[in-house]
Design a protein around this ligand. Structure first.
Ligand code: ATP
Length: 475
């Protein structure tokens, strides 16, 4: 446990030191659970986003992408159930005034117990959550003597629901009608556009609509770095199917999404499926894809079979018919939906955690080590670093020629300063898969040294082949 915690702390520091993630508004002491992506983080995040977008839209002829606004008509959130139900059971400690999410408080306590006792406690909690038994949850907390980490007391309030949506005013007049929400998920932008897309795109069920965008949740327990944020990004896809075929499509998307994760080369043992215990009343089935973060297996993506709940709700609240005429069976119906929903920031954290390695390179006569991000080449912020061995003898000119040839095709980095070994290490730390050194031999025979990040092997190849080699590894 402690070494994993240390590793996680080291990853957080690394993200800051190398320009991946900064605390938001750090000069004002930060804003809790809000983060900024730095120069390399923004590149990595964009590459993850592009990889998902391409695999969902370009590679699936039956899926199209949209980009809906963050602000939506307030009735959207009544129809979706978020105004009434998007809340978590909370409890406050009367002495410290600190508010906790009930499940997190109990989970935290379970971690301090033996495996058997912890599992038994969590099973009791799951049962009570399923029944929405708030009094029972309070009794469970009290009978287990679960203390507030700040006051150290067991002086708890009743368990209450707390809505996670942020609200704000639209326009200049402050009245109830102008109160709108920052969307807590991107999915509703897809549902309300179902007919627009279906009709203008002449889409035939089954088909999907994908979207990437910001979502906002006033999370009470904001911890574990970018795992749980108040402003984050989601990559969601709603797949509309004929009623009765949802089970088969659910299984298909479950499998496809896992394959997407594994296509990035991650060890399959680091992933597992976790079925939801508490299903929403309209849902057929729901599963999480969990990854083993340094702080344990946690959700990175959810796959949900949502029936016709969302479209029917919008039909009812908007009083507009949302139906599809299926020419194959000559029937009108409200399609059923399979949803895949992944957090971009969580995928970012997963990618960094999976890539981060501290390596001991000591030999008999020399102590040495390195920190390397073994990122999949297609996700790496920089694909190729180009180093002239010295600043003279025409080597920078040759290196810049290579730079100019490659930079329209992929992201390159040019550096003349410091010894080559140090330049390699800096690139290892940001996950650059290839470094090329231009030396005096390059002038004689047109070859360069290419160095591979993971094996640290170096080989000589013709300068003219560098671009094609990098391209072949990043597509
Ligand atoms: P959790 O149980 O962790 O709060 P959830 O089940 O509420 O998550 P969903 O509503 O299914 O999450 O959202 C889909 C995905 O969005 C999640 O799998 C996760 O990757 C991401 N996500 C949700 N909330 C956050 C958050 N506060 N910060 C970052 N990512 C989030």
């Amino acid at each position: 446990m402690s070494t994993d915690q240390n590793k996680f702390q080291a990853i957080i520091s690394h993200c800051k030191e190398y320009g991946f993630v900064f605390q938001s508004s750090e000069i004002y002491d930060g804003l809790s659970a809000v983060y900024d992506y730095g120069q390399y983080g923004a590149e990595l995040k964009k590459n993850i986003k592009d990889y998902w977008w391409k695999s969902m839209t370009q590679l699936h002829e039956d899926i199209v992408g949209i980009d809906a606004a963050i602000f939506m008509h307030p009735t959207t959130w009544k129809a979706s159930g978020h105004v009434d139900n998007f809340s978590d059971p909370m409890i406050d400690n009367k002495d410290s005034k600190k508010r906790y999410r009930v499940d997190h408080l109990i989970e935290g306590h379970a971690e301090t117990l033996s495996k058997e006792a912890g599992d038994a406690l969590l099973a009791q909690m799951d049962e009570l959550l399923k029944e929405n038994d708030f009094a029972g949850l309070k009794t469970l907390i009290e009978s287990n003597k679960i203390k507030c980490s700040i006051s150290g007391t067991v002086n708890w309030t009743e368990v209450r629901q707390f809505n996670l949506m942020f609200s704000t005013q639209l326009g200049s007049v402050t009245d109830e009608a102008s109160e709108i929400y920052l969307r807590p998920e991107t999915a509703q932008g897809i549902f309300v556009n179902f007919l627009n897309v279906q009709k203008t795109g002449r889409m035939k069920v089954p088909f999907g609509i994908a979207q990437i965008g910001k979502a906002f949740r006033n999370e009470i327990v904001a911890r574990q770095f970018i795992f749980r944020m108040r402003e984050f990004e989601q990559m969601e896809m709603q797949f509309f199917v004929r009623p009765g075929t949802q089970q088969e499509w659910y299984e298909k998307w479950k499998e496809e999404r896992m394959q997407w994760h594994l296509s990035l080369g991650t060890d399959p043992a680091k992933y597992h499926f976790k079925d939801h215990i508490k299903l929403a009343h309209y849902a057929d089935a729901a599963v999480d894809i969990e990854y083993e973060f340094p702080f344990g297996f946690k959700e990175v993506e959810g796959i949900h079979s949502r029936g016709d709940f969302d479209l029917k709700q919008h039909q009812e609240y908007s009083k507009k018919k949302i139906q599809y005429f299926d020419t194959e069976i000559n029937q009108n119906y409200v399609p059923y939906v399979i949803e895949t929903s992944i957090g971009l920031d969580r995928m970012f954290l997963l990618t960094i955690c999976n890539a981060y390695a501290e390596e001991d390179l000591s030999t008999a006569d020399k102590q040495d080590s390195r920190v390397v991000l073994r990122l999949p080449a297609k996700l790496a912020p920089i694909k190729l670093a180009i180093f002239p061995l010295t600043k003279k003898d025409g080597l920078p000119e040759l290196a810049k020629e290579l730079m100019n040839d490659c930079k329209p095709a992929f992201h390159c980095f040019y550096e003349e300063k410091d010894a080559i070994g140090r330049r390699y290490r800096r690139q290892d730390a940001i996950g650059t898969p290839f470094c090329v050194t231009i030396d005096h031999q390059t002038k004689e025979d047109g070859t360069v040294t290419i160095r591979h990040r993971d094996s640290m092997e170096q080989e000589r190849i013709p300068l003219s082949e560098v671009k094609a080699l990098v391209l072949s590894k990043i597509l």
